[in-house]
Write a protein that binds this ligand. Sequence first.
Ligand SMILES: [Zn+2]
Length: 574
Amino acid sequence: MSNFTRGEFLKLATVLGAGAAASGCEGQLAGGAGGVEGSAPDLVLVNGRVYTVDDQVPRAEAFAVKGGRFLAVGTTDDVQAMAVRGTTVIDAEGMTVVPGFIDAHCHPSGVRDLYDVNLEQAKTIRDIKEALSRKAAETQPNYWVNGFMYDDTKITDESGQYRRVNRFDLDEAVPNHPVQISHRGGHIAWFNTKAFEMAGVRRDVADPPGGRFDRDANGELTGLVEERATRVFNGVGNRREITRADQQAGVRVISERMTASGLTSVHQTGGDTQSLLALQDAYHAGEMRFRMYFFPSGGSEAFAGMKAASIRTGFGDEWLRIGAVKYGADGSISGRTARMSQPYVGRPNDYGILTMTQQDINEAVEDARLHDFQIGIHANGDVTIDMCLTAYEQVLQRYPHPDPRYRLEHCTLINPDLVRRIAAIGAIPTPFWTYVYYHGEKWAEYGQERTRSMFAHRTFLDAGIRVPGASDYGPGPFQPLMAIQSMVTRKDWKGTVWGENQRVTVDEAIRIGTLHGAYASFEENLKGSITPGKLADFVILGEDPHDVDPDQIINIPVVRTVVGGRTMHPIEAV
Ligand SMILES: [Zn+2]
């Protein structure tokens, strides 16, 4: 089945030597020297179409794994010959194999998946009503029925018209419990009549500062409640108490879902002691299926405690490691509040919002530098990116660092000057990688011309910047195959192309989602490619994304996800 010449593969002996040395532990080295048993692989994969993302050996058919790391990469014949009794053999049957995908910016909480109604897959208002009604049937009186991940611009009614859900839809589905369904971007939610009654909210309610109750043409409440107005429901009715065990279970659930999509490592960009505790609990219980690079939030108890204990970026192990400190300096792209130098289309006085001053940013960066922390600042608009770069440049001039890898979280709207400065200080932008596809109906407010400079993976690659993949889940879906399609086609789910100048190739998209993700956490020598000595994180895909219609990449099945030589998806596999 091989299309490759033997010359494309490294000599197996060389590879074996490198693997044994890199796997590190003395017992293995001694065993390897002493006989075949000691150096025999735990697992081999054969008959694969392996894209290694290793420039030394870009393509292979097979590889061997020992002690959770790649031991050798080569031909099926050579690798098959290394197997002994007890070696697990995966026959890839010609399927595509790539390094495990890395999501360099997300908020992977799974607690809501356990107890609330996930509306991400809902297509119609009827889907939403049925799901809420099922949940209500198993919910005690007076307790809330909560839905989440609702996206108002993607749902149709019975006649196929796009429209928002309203209070009356929710009343039909759930008349006797309070209902809240939250938008996947946060900030806004919809409530039913029962919830309004329990909170004492009537049609003459006044809008609080920083909040709004939406009304129809007749002045009736529609059920949509925005920003701070949602606080009127705090303390109303009964809500399930989230325990430490629940938080741990949440990590289990979200790591199952994310590894099922092909992710093997994620960067959790922001969290406090509770989320770090949940990760540790799940890790030690053997329930955390992905590797985690955890960002304490700036200003959190967790970050203060780490600084006090001299814990810094990189502390931990290859499963759970402390990452950058995380700050946020402007609004959101999907919520259309990012701070830009030019106004939003149709809103001539709206340039978006800043949430930190230049002084705030300067102080945060200096604090991170003096405590040996990598820093990641949420900066979507060009104005905000400029402010962060100014702070990075000044602090690095005052306190030089050979390899800071300061991050610009999202770094959505760029210009040539910003790109030049990013490259000059070795900063890392983390643009959204599923947004072009998933949120396309929102890009008209930025305009076609501006999207040529947004989610600028092509521009970053051309400037020699190692841009990683980043979903920002929940606001963005985390599926890496959707991300590859999105970056390759620049086409949204309705078929409109946004910024085709930013298209990347399938190979570049895979590299963005693997090796560049590893670089963003200083782990490019540990993972991100199928290379002897690196962690054995890989994914088997049912079809080759190079071969299928680019508009169908999203539908390629993830057949198996392996982390450190252990199959994490499907769960029932070896
Ligand atoms: Zn985020």
